[in-house]
Design a protein. Sequence first.
Length: 231
Amino acid sequence: GNTTQHNHSIATTTPAANTTVLTTRETIGPTLSPKPSPPPVLNYSVTWPNSSTNCIQASMALELIVQNSGKTELYFNIERGGTTSNGTCKEDQSSLNITFSKGFIRLTFKKVEDSYYISEIEAMLKVPSQGILYNGNITNQLLFKTRLGYSFKCVNKQTVTLADNFQLRTINTQLQAFNINHNKFGKVSECSADYSTVALAIGLTVVILIVLALIIYGIYLKRKSSGYQRI
């Protein structure tokens, strides 16, 4: 069909922790949860100047994960209310800026020959109640590399480390940059995590069917043997 499987790089380097202590604390600000919860899938797009054609479009759920001074992980979902997006479109490099209350996420896409990928991610989250500003960025990456004209899709969680105490997680992601026709996603390039999940499900189904067949065959032989004994 229209689905191909490719391997996609995830950042493996671990930048140093990057926090700024705020001089004043506020009682209002983003609510951090001690447990992860499913963030909503939101749609984002960036259009070429003086045009209605997208150079970037994305549909994804986003979550920021921070680690406080007590080494406890806390979670912040990007929600619909108060979240906006904009960006820049260029021939070989475009960016998507997602802004929300107390923070932002910036994804930079790069086009090289017949493929594109995310080359840089930067994010910031201000938590006035803790008196801390978390920020981090990674550069020179080959994240979600995909053929031009195709869209990258990954239902599974993808976690990218931006600093020792700051991560970005994407879920139910579909995105595309450059070469977008009629503002519709192109053929799907599926992430390796999704492909592995499907392969595992198929493998388990086959194993279950074989086990059931062996059990049924064993019952059949037992009944047949019992029939011979009665005679």
